[in-house]
Write a protein of this length. Structure first.
Length: 220
């Protein structure tokens, strides 16, 4: 099991979830740190403490940065990455809402180069769908599905190029998973070629406000 864990709730609001996450951090690929839809305007001591504890527990801390499908400028995105590094000592970045089209690939390539030059050791791209094939080569990990469990079960399809990719480079983030079916969601991701996954029970508008049961022990 390799889990990517976005936990978009303040540590003061749900300290129990953060404690359980830190305790089980060695079982994760990484944790997405998202203080304020990005790093925010100033450091948050609670998130800084959580980031320190996560790194000490042996997982990657990835700073959340929204690219707005290429609308945000490269310098603006890179500045957010640098803030995550300066304030939370992030190991890398989780670039959300990345373009997926062939036309957007050159700009995304330049963006990834810029954030790596800025110090991002690990880059995760989240187009949320299977993008044009070249995107996967840019990142350490690419989220090729983000959506509801019902869609994942009934409408998931995988292009031929994706079947030839190393599974450790691909991730599926699935929300709205019935708690009893979380182990099935993990197995399904692996069967569909994604060695990294993130199944949660939460629903929109913020399905990532609750810790995945795959780390709490309730999936056994």
């Amino acid at each position: 099991m390799s889990l990517l864990v976005p936990l978009y709730v303040h540590p003061a609001e749900d300290p129990g979830a953060w404690h359980r996450l830190i305790t089980a951090a060695s079982r994760t690929y990484g944790v997405v740190l998202n203080p304020a839809d990005g790093p925010g305007d100033r450091p948050d001591p609670a998130f800084a403490a959580a980031a320190d504890a996560l790194r000490a527990a042996g997982t990657l801390v990835l700073g959340y940065v929204d690219t707005d499908y290429g609308v945000r400028g490269r310098d603006e995105v890179t500045e957010d990455v640098c803030r995550h590094e300066e304030w939370y000592a992030a190991d890398g970045c989780f670039l959300d809402r990345v373009t997926a089209t062939p036309e957007g690939l050159p700009a995304c390539r330049r963006l990834v180069r810029a954030v790596r030059r800025a110090g991002a050791g690990t880059v995760v791209l989240n187009p949320g769908v299977h993008p044009a094939p070249g995107y996967v080569r840019l990142a350490d990990l690419t989220v090729t599905f983000e959506g509801h469990w019902s869609t994942y079960v009934c409408a998931f399809s995988r292009p031929a190029w994706a079947t030839r990719q190393p599974s450790e480079r691909l991730c599926h983030l699935v929300y709205g998973v019935p708690e009893a079916l979380v182990p099935l969601a993990v197995r399904t991701a692996h069967e569909r070629g994604a060695a990294v996954c993130g199944p949660v029970t939460g629903e929109p508008p913020n399905p990532w406000a609750r810790l995945t049961p795959a780390l709490t022990g309730t999936e056994r």
